[in-house]
Design a protein around this ligand. Structure first.
Ligand code: NAD
Length: 256
């Protein structure tokens, strides 16, 4: 028995990184997964490998969301879960951030999450689940990522409001708040086909040894495990909460 047997789950930004690991784990746990992304070649290859369906979905586009929901229902008849995972990061001080750049981050991270909830929840079976991907920076500040942190705070707010509004139908809405995770977002060397992933992970671990109490960067598989918990019956009495997964980064400062 898998933890998601019979459930149909859409995962956005699933062509790589945390979304890819979520799609892989959910499929292994019996879900029929819809891999959604703008990276079509990569997303299609993953979907083929794990027996999922691929849909092209720019999360900032209302039309794409409608098409994705229709494709999901045509293929599987229903939808039970959504993981709003797609996201982008831009580094800039607030005072140097052009409005275009700020709005680009808002469009994907914040509007994308809002549109996903609004498009999928009405079509979702009662008792469904939504997992939104926020960040540690949705709960605390971090210099040089102001646009990103603003959107991730917004994702936590959307999560709480959606949980309240959808609880009557038994739809649970929670957020994951990862710290530093070894994906292309935190570790662009992952996009270099000639780089050895194990070596680049070691480099990140050295960087985070002093910053993070557990002394290493997180793995996308670990975030996928949390998303599985929040999508499965194991979390049946949990809704409206942000879940930090950060190796202890937000626990506080250490003076020893
Ligand atoms: P990633 O860059 O490897 O993956 C992001 C995915 O989102 C990619 O597949 C990308 O194509 C997709 N995407 C980007 N724009 C999109 C759009 N408009 N529509 C659909 N898909 C789009 O990075 P990741 O670490 O796997 O990021 C996943 C989520 O985790 C993001 O929301 C990110 O903000 C969040 N997060 C990441 C970290 C980290 O350290 N890696 C930490 C906290 C939160």
């Amino acid at each position: 028995m898998g933890k998601l047997d019979g459930r149909v789950v859409i995962v956005t930004g699933a062509a790589r990184g945390q979304g890819e690991q979520e799609a892989r784990l959910f499929a292994a746990e019996g879900a029929r997964v819809v891999v959604a992304d703008v990276l079509d070649d990569r997303g299609e290859a993953l979907a083929k490998e794990i027996g999922a369906r691929y849909v092209h979905l720019d999360v900032g586009s209302e039309d794409d969301w409608q098409a994705a929901v229709t494709a999901t229902k045509d293929a599987y008849g229903h939808v039970d879960g959504l993981v709003n995972n797609a996201g982008i990061l831009r580094f800039n001080s607030l005072l140097d951030t052009p409005l275009d750049e700020f709005m680009q981050v808002v469009q994907v991270n914040q509007v994308g999450c809002f549109l996903g909830i609004r498009a999928v929840a009405p079509e979702m079976a009662d008792g469904g689940t939504i997992v939104n991907t926020a960040s540690c920076t949705g709960l605390t500040g971090m210099a040089a990522v102001g646009a990103y942190a603003a959107t991730k705070h917004a994702v936590v707010g959307l999560t709480r409001v959606a949980a309240l509004e959808l609880a009557g139908r038994g739809i649970r809405v929670n957020a994951v708040c990862p710290g530093a995770i070894d994906t292309a977002m935190s570790n662009p060397a992952r996009l270099d086909p000639d780089a050895d992933p194990a070596e680049t992970a070691k480099g990140l671990d050295r960087l985070y040894r002093k910053l993070v109490p557990l002394g290493r960067v997180g793995r996308p598989e670990e975030v996928a495990g949390l998303a599985l918990f929040l999508t499965s019956e194991d979390s049946s009495y949990i809704t409206g909460q942000p879940f930090v997964i950060d190796g202890g980064w937000l626990a506080g400062v250490s003076v020893i």
